[in-house]
Design a protein around this ligand. Structure first.
Ligand code: FE2
Length: 299
């Protein structure tokens, strides 16, 4: 079986066929997927009935798995799975029942409807995220992706000069603030502190720069906060124009992987109080995102 990737969005989405990712992969298959990720940014695999363990093992082909912040902060009895590497992207509670309207975990997850890059509130944000669909609602609940390399390329020369070298402050507190939720935790205070990230990245060294945007951004170093937030809002608006966006309509057993260093994403609404949506997430630590690891201003 030969792996092949068909482009399904003009700039950044490929559909992969000719590979069974429930089974251990050959080195050449891993290489082809990595090349596809550099080339595209989002890859879609259909009809892959992965177990939790198979998803974790497939993810390990590409690097070191990260543990989600929500998983770390939840008490063990509130978690649906004990494996901390497996993110619970569902509207179910520990007893497999739909979460109620006032459920704090449900409300916390509503911030996923804002455009973001996974874990950008960490010193090392996520590189790839992999999302696998187990149960999907009859309508709605798409995931949308926006091409941050195309968005950067479409900036004017003047705008490119302005964003080059800017350092943004990211924290989970800022994204939750936007949906009216206050995130406070003495125990996890360190994890809530803003972390700096360059706004313009070429994390993989491909020569194609991208905008590292996220609703977790609450400021730009050296700028007054209101000016920074208004500027970031404008940039996100620019970067999520329809021509840069692909909307994924889920089928059961789809696996979608994307690179948070070149793509932003958001969840879309569905009737979450009436229908189940159950997806499982794994993420990798994002090589090339740590500020100290690279010079601040690229040539
Ligand atoms: Fe996300």
């Amino acid at each position: 079986m030969a792996i092949s990737i068909r482009r399904i969005h003009s700039t950044f989405v490929g559909e992969v066929s000719g590979v069974d990712i429930t089974q251990p992969l050959r080195r050449d298959e891993v290489d082809a997927i990595e090349a596809g990720m550099r080339d595209h940014g989002v890859l879609v695999f259909h009809d892959q009935p992965l177990t939790d363990q198979q998803q974790v093992e497939f993810t390990r082909n590409f690097g070191e798995l990260e543990v989600t912040l929500a998983g770390q902060m939840a008490k063990p009895e509130q978690r649906r799975f004990q494996q901390l590497e497996l993110g619970d992207i569902s509207n179910l509670d520990g007893a497999e029942k739909l979460r109620s309207r006032e459920d704090s975990r449900r409300m916390y997850a509503l911030a996923n409807r804002l455009w973001h890059s996974d874990a950008s509130f960490r010193a090392v944000g996520a590189g790839y995220t992999l999302l696998h669909a187990r149960v999907i609602p009859s309508k709605g609940g798409n995931t949308e992706f926006a091409d941050m390399r195309a968005a950067y390329a479409a900036l004017s020369g003047e705008d490119k000069a302005e964003v080059e070298g800017l350092i943004c402050e990211h924290s989970i507190v800022f994204s939750r603030e936007q949906i009216g939720m206050e995130v406070k935790s003495e125990e996890h205070a360190e994890r809530l502190k803003p972390v700096p990230h360059r706004l313009v990245l070429d994390a993989q060294g491909t020569g194609r720069k991208s905008l590292y945007l996220s609703s977790h951004i609450g400021g730009i170093q050296g700028w007054p906060i209101p000016e920074a937030r208004a500027f970031i809002r404008d940039l996100i608006e620019h970067a999520t124009q329809r021509e840069f966006v692909y909307s994924h309509e889920w089928r059961v057993n789809d696996l979608v992987m994307w690179d948070n260093r070149t793509v932003m994403h958001r969840a879309r609404r569905f009737k979450d109080l009436q229908e189940t949506r159950d997806l499982r997430r794994t993420s990798l630590k994002g090589v090339g995102l740590e500020m100290a690891a690279r010079p601040l201003v690229a040539a």
